[in-house]
Write a protein that binds this ligand. Structure first.
Ligand code: DLL
Length: 384
């Protein structure tokens, strides 16, 4: 039902009848982010728009987001898959959940929200930011579960310390973190500072959003929803499928999605698949924590940032030269981005007002294109 996929299959002479067993999947072409960019906004949908009841999106390699769609059935499945992960993490209808993911095009907020409702937990739709208020609500509402990015959790811990709040005395006991890479060291730190069990969950907009995989309370790998997605691990250089247990790029194919089916999507995320059953009793395969990325995408405060996107913004200013540096570091526990960029010539150097004005305009454009606050530092030509 989708012209883009049909054209790709026609180009290699592949017919539906050519897929007879699981191994035949390997003969199908990959789908990559560019496919979604080229068909923006609706070209990857496989149902009429009247059957689509929600879209979400995430930043792409250009100023435009990539857009994905969901039918009512897709949203039901999505809630179900999150309800599974939420339940696996030990959350029940007795829990009071503080949702600190943003609601909006980002899949994190709505995705986990509906999963929590399905479980029957009480959801407080806080969204991200305003950390002091988050902590006040956490105390007053007696939140037992936190949903956010792991870096935001550490920021909460830091602000709690500044406010003199003893987290050991708070009812918070469990958290589901995702949306960005984090390490087991970071997990230990979050667990000890917030006095909670911290679980990891993974997903990406193109495949569905959160709900693709998540840890049980044993936290020994993220259980993949294999009844809804086929996962392959490939060598990112050759595209060849690797044997189970090898480290490689994850590739997902959806089995049940209606509005936005996806065939062999190359995630660029590196992980290892473990097919052994888990001690918790679940038998679906697990992926280890994401180890890294194939490309140069950075995830800054949950926002996917490609250096090429920033480059495009910077090159749009005639006052700027083509040399720039991106400095990303942790300030406290929040990722901070500093953009250093050379001026094209020395004419502005004598006017403080003009430099200030230019800096403000660059920051504003980056904020509107990427949705990310950053610092901009102008440098004289030839500096880098
Ligand atoms: O971040 C979906 C999501 C929201 C997952 C909330 C979990 C919780 P995108 O904005 O499209 O979607 O970003 C997807 O973020 O390809 C990974 O590189 C990274 N990522 C997401 N979750 C994890 C995780 C959402 N648990 C991209 N560990 C993915 C490591 C993660 N990386």
């Amino acid at each position: 039902h989708n012209a883009h996929y049909r054209a790709k299959m026609d180009a290699i002479g592949m017919e539906p009848g050519d897929i007879k067993c699981l191994a035949d999947l390997q003969n199908m072409p990959f789908t990559v982010k560019d496919d979604l960019r080229e068909t923006y906004p609706y070209g990857m949908f496989a149902v009429p728009l009247k059957d689509v009841i929600r879209v979400h999106g995430s930043s792409g390699t250009t100023g435009k987001p990539i857009i994905v769609g969901y039918t009512r059935h897709d949203l039901d499945v999505w809630s179900e898959l999150l309800a599974r992960i939420i339940t696996a993490a030990g959350v029940t209808n007795e829990d009071i959940v503080q949702m600190s993911f943003n609601y909006g095009l980002f899949t994190g907020g709505f995705g986990l929200h509906y999963g929590m409702e399905k479980v029957g937990a009480l959801v407080i739709p806080m969204s991200g930011g305003n950390t002091r208020k988050q902590l006040m609500m956490m105390q007053d509402m007696r939140s037992t579960v936190l949903i956010s990015t792991p870096s935001y959790a550490l920021h909460i811990a830091e602000v709690a310390e500044q406010m003199g709040i003893d987290m050991a005395k708070m009812p918070l006991r469990t958290a589901l973190f995702g949306g960005e890479p984090w390490t087991d060291e970071m997990r230990k730190e979050i667990e000890s500072r917030l006095h909670i069990l911290a679980t990891d969950n993974y997903g990406l907009t193109e495949v569905m959003g959160p709900g693709v995989s998540g840890e049980c309370a044993l936290a020994t790998g993220l259980h993949i929803a294999e009844d809804h997605f086929i996962v392959e691990t490939i060598d990112p250089e050759t595209g060849k499928v690797l044997p189970p247990g090898s480290k490689g790029e994850l590739v997902f194919t959806s089995l049940t999605k209606e509005a936005f089916p996806i065939i062999r999507y190359r995630t660029k995320d590196i992980s290892i698949i473990d097919q052994r059953p888990c001690a918790c009793g679940r038998t679906n395969a697990r992926m280890c924590k994401v180890i890294g990325r194939v490309d140069d995408m950075m995830v800054i405060r949950g926002v996917n940032v490609f250096p090429s996107q920033l480059e495009e913004v910077l090159l749009g200013f005639k006052e700027l030269g083509p040399q720039y540096q991106l400095h990303v570091y942790r300030e406290g526990y929040l990722d901070t981005l500093e953009v250093y960029v050379e001026l094209v010539d020395t004419t502005l150097l004598t006017s403080y007002g003009a430099l200030e004005n230019l800096t403000r305009r660059i920051k504003g454009t980056i904020k509107s294109v990427l949705g990310l606050q950053c610092d901009v530092k102008l440098a004289e030509p030839g500096r880098f």
